[in-house]
Each structure stands twice: as C-alpha cells, then as structure tokens.
Design a protein around this ligand. Structure first.
Ligand code: PLP
Length: 379
C-alpha cells in the first residue's frame, strides 16, 4: 500500500461546524467563527490583534501593505523559503534581498544578516523552518538598532515557542498558514498577527478592502467608504468554522504528530549516524510544533538515490525549497549563485519523509524498515 507524503488533518467534526455556520447564514468573512478563531489565536499567542486571511500568502501581502513600501525599497528575506515570503513584498515594488541560512536549523543566519541592511531596508522576514525558531533575540536586536520591522513568516510553527515565547508573537507582525499541508487546516487560509499595536488602525482598513467598514460596524461612522489601499483578505466564515474545529483540538493534533515525529527520530537515529545522514536539530530553547520530518543526506546524488529507493517501495517523499536567490525571478532581483552557499548546498541534500496527522504506526514502521535497507554510497 502506498504511503502518502501528506494528507490534510481531518478530525471528523469539521462538517458539523461548517453546517452550523451555514445554517446561521454566516458564509462571508467576519462572522462568529472568524471571531472565535481570532480570539483563540490572540489569547494563545498574546498578539495585540489577529486577522484571519484567505492564506498565509495574503497575510504576507497585507503585512507588506502595512509597512508602506515604495519602489527602490528593500526587504531582507530568507533564500530558503516559500516564494510568498519574497513575492508579497515584490508585489509592492520592493526588491527582495536574499539571506543565507544556518547549517543546523536551516533558518536565516543571524550572523550574516547585518551586512545585508542598507538605508533602503524596510523589513526583515524571519521564517521559522519546520516551526523551529530563528534566533529571534539576535534578529530583533539587529533590526531594532536599524529601525527596521521584523515580520515572522510562521507558516510552519503555530504554537511552537522560542525561549518560552510563542512564535508569531516575536516580531512586529507574524503570519500563519492553514493550507491543507499545515498542522491545522481549513484547505486554504491564513492569519496576520499584529504584535506592534501601532499597525492595528491601518490593518483594520486594509483588511476590509481599504474601507472603514469596521468603524461603521462599531457605530463610529455613519457610512463606510474608501479610505486606504486594501484588498479582499477576509476568510469565509465557513472555512473559519472548519478551522475552529481543529484549533479547539490543537493539543490532540499536536500529540498525534509528536508521536509520529518521535517514532521517526527514535527509530532512525542509529541508522542515520551510521549512514552519515543528519536528522533535524532542535536547539534546547526551541519547542517543536512537529510540522515535518526531514533528513539531510551526504550529497545530492544520495538524496536522489534515496528518493528513488522510497518511490520503488511506494513511499512518497519530497525535497524542500529550491533556493529563491537562484530562481528565475530571484535572479531578476539581483540574486546570484554563490551568495547563499549554505542554502545552495542544503536544498540539494534535504529530503522530507511522509508526515501528517493520522499517519499510522503500521505505515511508519514500513517507512522506517525501507529506510533501514538503504545504504548511502560513501566515497
Ligand atoms: C514558509 C511558508 N510561507 C508561506 C507559505 C504560503 O502559505 P499559503 O499556502 O497559506 O499561502 C508557505 C506554504 O507552504 C510556506 O511554506
């Protein structure tokens, strides 16, 4: 039987929540379930305000609107990330400047950050790979010294912590994804977390398509009108209902994923050591949201061999992030081969194993057994 790489989290009671939103007539954005999700996230993360959005991509685009970018501005983004970490800012006319990664966590290397800052730098995007935190104290300290806001792309790391503090709440703003591949999903969805409250008034306008509709709903103005740039960022309440069903049971979902992650780690550790394969590194001061499990192979050729070996046994696997700085679009923004050497190397060596809520122990045992049969060719 085929082992899928990913299946969306599904607990079973999501359709009941969706039908309750539908019966209440809450199909557009801004309904009861939207409010409940926003309140839950605000309470858990300690953000000043949370706005549900149609995706993490749109949350990043909303963040880009709030920092008022102009052509010629620069935004520092990790090269090892999803395109949206850069695209959202490029859409507003800014030039992404690509940062290299640390070899251990694969996160933006804070030691290489400061030389990338110029007087045109308007933001730093810190993406927590696999939900393991970037070195946020150093990144925030550098950013503060230069007066630049930090935006956390926390698509992978909802409810994970850095030195006991929630990811997404550490920068001026944070973004979340509820895409089908994430721990908690409603198919397509996201959230913008506002931590620096000075962005809230502008966010309220931009989130509501550039109108002061929220002020109108609160009775603060008699009619609402166009007052700023904005777009259609609101998530349908039907999807918020689906999402709420999962956020409510976040501990159960996390426990299941933790068991999967630990099974891989415990059963692969010795084999990995003997095969010069590296398992994920989790610094002591970071907690793990159990979003994904990856291996770092000795080189690109071994990775291809292992992928083929798994595929021959009907086990799906995937690599992650073709570097942004050497992508066709990255090159148009000045990205050059050789400028992010760690990203260039690690992206060729990384392989992700099947990982999702509900992966059975039987499937896990099969993946592990097939991995144990693999011996990398060492020179
Ligand atoms: C780091 C990161 N940021 C942003 C996104 C975009 O998320 P969404 O699909 O919700 O727009 C992804 C998608 O996988 C991602 O991995």
């Amino acid at each position: 039987m085929r082992v899928a790489f990913n299946k969306p989290t599904f607990l079973g009671n999501e359709p009941d929540y969706v039908s309750s939103a539908a019966r209440a007539g809450n199909v557009s954005g801004g309904g009861d379930f939207t409010a409940r999700c926003q309140q839950l996230l605000q309470r858990q993360l300690g953000s000043a305000r949370v706005f549900l959005t149609t995706s993490c991509t749109s949350a990043l685009e909303l963040a880009a609107l709030l920092i008022s970018l102009a052509p010629g501005d620069e935004v520092i983004v990790p090269s090892f990330s999803f395109v949206s970490s850069a695209n959202a800012f490029a859409l507003r006319g800014a030039r992404p400047v690509f940062a290299d990664s640390r070899p251990d966590t694969l996160n933006m290397d804070e030691a290489k950050l400061e030389p990338l800052i110029t007087r045109r730098t308007k933001a730093i995007v810190a993406m927590h790979y696999a939900g393991i935190a970037c070195e946020m104290d150093s990144i925030n300290e550098i950013a503060e010294r230069h007066g630049v806001p930090v935006i956390e792309d926390n698509a992978h790391g909802l409810f994970a912590t850095y030195k006991g503090r929630q990811l997404g709440s550490l920068g001026c703003m944070g973004t979340q994804s509820f895409h089908g591949t994430k721990n908690f999903t409603c198919g397509e969805g996201g959230a913008l977390l506002i931590n620096d409250a000075s962005y809230i008034p502008k966010a309220e306008l931009a989130w509501e398509k550039g109108t002061d509709r929220l002020r109108f709903m609160r009775g603060q103005v008699e009619k609402y009108t166009w007052v700023s740039l904005g777009s259609s960022f609101l998530l349908s309440d039907l999807l918020a209902a689906y999402l709420f069903a999962q956020l409510e049971r976040r501990e159960e979902i996390t426990r299941q994923r933790q068991a999967t992650w630990n099974y891989y780690y415990d059963n692969l550790e010795q084999w990995a050591n003997e095969s010069q394969i590296r398992l994920p590194i989790i610094p002591n001061h970071c907690s793990n949201p159990y979003h994904l499990f990856y291996l770092v192979l000795p080189d690109a050729e071994q990775r291809t061999r292992l992928m083929q070996h798994l595929a021959a046994h009907e086990i799906e696997s995937a690599f992650h992030y073709v570097p942004l700085h050497t992508s066709p679009m990255g090159k148009r923004f000045g990205g050059r081969q050789g400028t992010c050497p760690v990203v260039e190397e690690m992206s060729e060596r990384l392989l992700r194993l099947p990982f999702y809520t509900g992966l059975t122990e039987h499937e896990l045992a099969r993946v592990v057994a097939v991995l144990h049969e693999f011996e990398p060719v060492t020179s």
